[in-house]
Ligand binder design. Structure first.
Ligand code: HEC
Ligand code: HEC
Length: 301
């Protein structure tokens, strides 16, 4: 009438294994999905450019890329999962705090040459997926190079004061008065794509001048000329057709047949060419909704 205790234990054992196996496969699938989503978001956020020493032919994401600013030269960090030189021992919480608040695991402040004042708007779920993608890539044991900043700007505790003045942390909040496409475009431009980090002029302390957002500057990264991308017809991109903007985003071609150079060539390669058509369209919708600002950025071309 009763089963031998050994047999029921065996059944329980097998049932456990089937379920454990099932749970593990599900977890692995969830991880794969996170890595896939993270790969796309990572491209949309253009992390690769700054974190790869392209000129020195350095390995991907191992840092050391020079970023010249009016305050001195910064070198990007190794963000591979190498535990010693990279971020291999970081948790999701460490990663979110770095991008949301500009604070390192040891509590020190990051320089805003790392565009966390913009990346703060990336949502938690997306940040976790970006970390999952970075952690799926090979580690690189390459030591970080220290920055070469003019005093007193190189003193990290000063950044706390800068943040009080110019930094508003917090994820992107959708505008309920706008549709889904507009909100997607806003998120891609204002959070992930960090377009304003180059296209918006800065004040003397390096903070973005929000009332002149996207109106361009002669003092862009590397001292370059950055065009006005507001919809002003004469000085911005108001006269560009959707097709003109799409050609730029997919292959870097300007309406006059020339190709973009410098920073934008990299944005096209790493970011806009890798987006879906729907996301490129959403960016166009959002750019067209910006207040047109009349400001001519004298062409050096
Ligand atoms: C405009 C260039 C630039 C872009 C774009 C950029 N970073 Fe960085 N990042 C930096 C610089 C510079 C630092 C070093 C900051 C410091 O030392 O205070 C840094 C530091 C970091 C750190 C801290 C590393 C450490 O060891 O403490 C992480 C993590 C990071 N970036 C991740 C990212 C991710 C993820 C993206 C894309 C969403 C990204 N970065 C895009 C320039 C950039
Ligand atoms: C690393 C700095 C940088 C970032 C980030 C950046 N841009 Fe640019 N952008 C430039 C530069 C530099 C040019 C001018 C390139 C040239 O003419 O050779 C440019 C040109 C453009 C143009 C052409 C305007 C014209 O009048 O020729 C458009 C449109 C544009 N960017 C949109 C964007 C959008 C949208 C984003 C965000 C997804 C973005 N950019 C992010 C640096 C940047």
């Amino acid at each position: 009438m009763t089963q031998a205790p050994g047999a029921s234990r065996l059944v329980a054992f097998c049932v456990f294994f089937v379920f454990a196996g099932f749970a593990l496969t599900q977890a692995a699938r969830a991880d794969d999905a996170a890595v896939k989503r993270g790969e796309y978001l990572f491209a949309a956020a253009g992390c690769a450019g700054c974190h790869t020493d392209v000129d020195g032919k350095g390995p991907p994401l191992a840092g050391g890329r020079k970023l010249k600013t009016p305050f001195g030269t910064f070198y990007s960090a190794n963000i591979t999962r190498d535990p010693e030189h990279g971020i291999g021992d970081w948790t999701d919480a460490d990663f979110i705090r770095a991008l949301r608040e500009g604070i390192a695991p040891d509590g020190s402040h990051y320089f805003p040459a790392f565009p966390y004042p913009t990346f703060t708007k990336i949502r938690d779920a997306d940040l976790k997926d970006i970390r999952a993608y970075i952690f799926s890539l090979p580690p690189v044991a390459k030591r970080n190079q220290s920055h070469d900043i003019d005093p007193p700007f190189g003193w990290r505790p000063l950044i706390a004061g800068w943040k009080l003045l110019f930094f508003a942390p917090g994820p992107f909040a959708a505008n309920p008065d706008r549709d889904e496409t507009w909100n997607r475009g806003a998120y891609l431009v204002e959070a992930l794509g960090h377009c304003g980090e180059c296209h918006t002029p800065r004040n003397a302390l390096g903070a973005l001048k929000c009332d002149e957002a996207f109106s361009g500057t002669l003092d862009g990264p590397e001292g370059g000329r950055i065009p006005n991308i507001t919809p002003d017809a004469d000085t911005g991109i108001g006269r560009w057709s959707d097709g003109d903007i799409k050609s730029l985003f997919t292959m870097g071609m300007l309406p006059d047949g020339d190709f973009v150079g410098s920073g934008m060539a990299e944005v096209v390669e790493n970011t806009t060419s890798k987006l879906t058509d729907a996301d490129r369209d959403a960016i166009i919708v959002y750019l067209r909704s910006l207040p047109p600002l009349s400001k001519r950025i004298e062409s050096a071309k």
